[in-house]
Ligand binder design. Structure first.
Ligand SMILES: C=CC1=C(C)c2cc3[nH]c(cc4nc(cc5[nH]c(cc1n2)c(C)c5CCC(=O)O)C(CCC(=O)O)=C4C)c(C)c3C=C
Ligand SMILES: [Fe+2]
Ligand SMILES: [Fe+2]
Length: 342
């Protein structure tokens, strides 16, 4: 029997500092997130970051937490429920970090008699810290505990027409009447990660390589390229001129160079360039979460207004919108159908 596992990033189990610490430890000790040798990663994460960040992050989580839990997990459960109504195979969820884990999700499917799983990493763009770490973890779990099951992975869908159409329609509906610019703020990654995932080792993280090029061997795994391609396709569908849009990268951590331009620096500088009415969307996230509801909608708005901006309009993620659930269904169906290829 076949089944579907939807995988999202995950959140702490509560806003208690110790729970946030446990979550951040699992997250940041992932070698695909902080890609230093174990000893240096442990020194940085456990010796420095976890000394202060959990308390700060716990405060931030408290501002977005709902009665049902973390927005990211709550929304992922809503997606699961809606998808389950549309398909005739069992649907479960798994989180890359914390609970319900990927292992828990697979176990629930196996308990229902599933032996062929379509696993959907809920990230439109490929990165070491998105699709790659999900597949790596799922394979580790499969080999250790479920060696008899097959898993078919859904690939990044950043340029798939059905997704672009759905995202464009969703953004268009939520755009304010008047805006000077629409900003696409994607989660950032360290530049080093882009170099590491480039099989051709030619990406220079510049205009020619990441932005203007078509999909080829170098950028098949380039997160920055994929973010620009999503943007390009969406604005073409909505019919917004490129000059009226901005692409930027948020949520950087630590002292390494991350991909640019940085979202927070953009918020602080664009009002002086005449952009007073700003709409912001975050398409690296399929569900709203701490990074959109707090970092962009609250902190980002403050930065923009403080710098002279007047209207800041945050456009929510696709979350559990019906059209998006239909897209998920179609992408899953393709993989359910081609199991014989695995
Ligand atoms: C959407 C894709 C994501 C990428 C790429 C990504 C890379 C990445 N993240 C960190 C560090 C942190 N991220 C945090 C939160 C967070 N990150 C994503 C998604 C991506 N991360 C989401 C959806 C969330 C929100 C989770 C939630 O519960 O709502 C956090 C924790 C919060 C905080 O303390 O600020 C950290 C830390 C790195 C280092 C990285 C790339 C290497
Ligand atoms: Fe992150
Ligand atoms: Fe690139």
């Amino acid at each position: 029997m076949k089944g579907i596992l939807l995988v999202n990033l995950g959140s702490p189990k509560s806003t208690a500092v110790n729970d946030v610490k446990e979550y951040l430890d699992e997250f940041l000790m992932d070698e695909r997130v902080i890609d230093y040798r174990w000893i240096f990663r442990a020194l940085l994460v456990r010796g420095i970051i976890l000394k202060t960040r959990p308390a700060k992050s716990a405060e931030a989580y408290k501002t977005v937490w709902t009665d049902e839990g973390s927005p990211l997990v709550v929304i992922t459960k809503k997606i699961q429920k809606k998808l389950q109504r549309l398909v005739d195979v069992p649907v479960e969820i798994g989180m890359r970090y914390a609970e319900p884990s990927i292992e828990t999700g697979i176990q629930k499917l196996v308990d229902k008699g599933v032996s062929e799983i379509v696993l959907f990493p809920l990230y439109p763009q490929y990165a070491m810290s998105t699709t790659e770490t999900v597949i790596e973890k799922a394979e580790e779990v499969r080999k250790k505990k479920f060696s008899n099951i097959k898993i078919n992975y859904i690939q990044p869908f950043y340029n798939r027409d059905i997704y672009i159409q759905c995202l464009a329609e969703s953004i268009k509906k939520k755009l304010p009447e008047n805006f000077d610019a629409l900003q696409f703020s994607y989660h950032g990654v360290p530049e080093r990660h882009i170099y590491k995932t480039d099989p051709s080792k030619t990406c220079k993280i510049d205009e020619a390589n990441c932005i203007n090029s078509q999909v080829d061997t170098h950028n098949a795994y380039c997160y920055r390229h994929q973010c620009y391609k999503t943007t390009e396709a969406v604005i073409a569908k909505i019919g917004i001129p490129k000059e009226k849009t901005i692409v930027s990268f948020q949520s950087r951590l630590g002292k390494d160079k991350w991909i640019e331009p940085y979202t927070d620096e953009t918020f602080e500088t664009i009002p002086q360039k005449g952009i007073k009415n700003l709409a912001v969307v975050c398409p690296a996230f399929v569900s709203d979460c701490l990074e959109t509801l707090e970092e962009i909608s609250v902190e980002g708005k403050e930065q923009f207004v403080h710098a002279g901006g007047e209207n800041f309009h945050y456009i929510p993620c696709l979350n559990d919108e019906d059209n998006w659930i239909e897209v998920i269904k179609t992408l899953c169906q393709e993989k359910l159908d081609d199991f014989y290829l695995v």
